[in-house]
Design a protein around this ligand. Structure first.
Ligand code: ADP
Ligand code: MG
Length: 231
């Protein structure tokens, strides 16, 4: 596995401004942030081979330095249950992407495990011109997008601050379990906040980081999409 520094150096050398999802997830892995299992395939046969290795259901996504919002161009297809689904989705993604962005450079197809639905959280980081790296936390979906129910701390955050971030959002009671949603693994969220804090402190070239969504389970968590933008 490449180190985080190797990845950042490569992206800068290529003159790119954001990491591809597999690069961002590899950076996360280097910092102990859990991500979905994934591989990057170079052709259709390899896509199917990797899907079988990872195990169904899988998700396919476009890997392109020209595309930052993958689903906007039809570059994400989820819930693929067998080789036939994968063959079909592979062709569909390439077709969608070519239609939206004929000149997009395509590096490959990302094959990843489909993370079971659960409570979704968002962990983000931005760089404040005055205070430097700042962490954000909230619950996914309507809580962040509509209710703006998020909280911020200047990095580096301590364990106590990480716990405060989690308990002070209004949606916090949902993490304790609600109706058919089981209790979420709070310790796993604390770890993710501390590790993200360490990552943005040690890599000041990060302008923006977005782990969105992260599925949180009764035991453990998994980052489904990771975006890292450089200064
Ligand atoms: P985008 O670049 O458009 O943000 P994402 O990678 O976030 O693309 O994929 C779009 C959506 O598809 C995600 O927000 C999530 O709801 C779903 N999704 C993506 N990857 C997975 C996965 N591995 N498991 C489950 N759902 C996924
Ligand atoms: Mg996303």
């Amino acid at each position: 596995m490449s180190t985080a520094s190797e990845i950042f150096n490569k992206v800068k050398k290529d003159g790119r401004k954001f990491l591809l999802e597999p690069e961002a997830k590899t950076v996360c892995m280097n910092y102990g942030i859990p991500v979905t299992d994934f591989r990057v395939a170079k052709n259709e046969a390899e896509t199917v081979k990797f899907a079988e290795k990872i195990g169904y259901p899988v998700v396919l996504k476009i890997v392109s330095p020209s595309i930052i919002h993958k689903s906007d161009v039809g570059g994400v297809i989820i819930n693929l249950n067998d080789a036939k689904d994968v063959h079909k989705a592979y062709k569909q993604i390439l077709k969608n992407v070519r239609k939206h962005k004929a000149k997009a450079k395509i590096f490959g197809i990302l094959v990843q495990e489909m993370a079971p639905q659960s409570t979704e959280i968002i962990v983000g980081a931005t760089k404040d011109p005055q205070f430097g790296p700042t962490l954000m936390f909230g619950l996914g979906g309507v809580f962040v997008e509509i209710l703006k129910d998020v909280t911020f701390r200047i990095a580096p955050v301590t364990e106590d601050e990480a716990r405060e971030m989690i308990t002070e959002v209004r949606a916090y009671p949902l993490l304790k379990g609600y109706r058919n949603m089981p209790q979420a693994d709070i310790e796993a969220i604390v770890e993710i906040l501390l590790n993200t804090s360490r990552l943005v402190m040690e890599h000041q070239e990060i302008k923006e980081l977005d782990l969105n969504p992260i599925m949180v389970y009764e035991k453990g968590a998994k980052t489904v999409d990771a975006r890292i933008i450089l200064e």
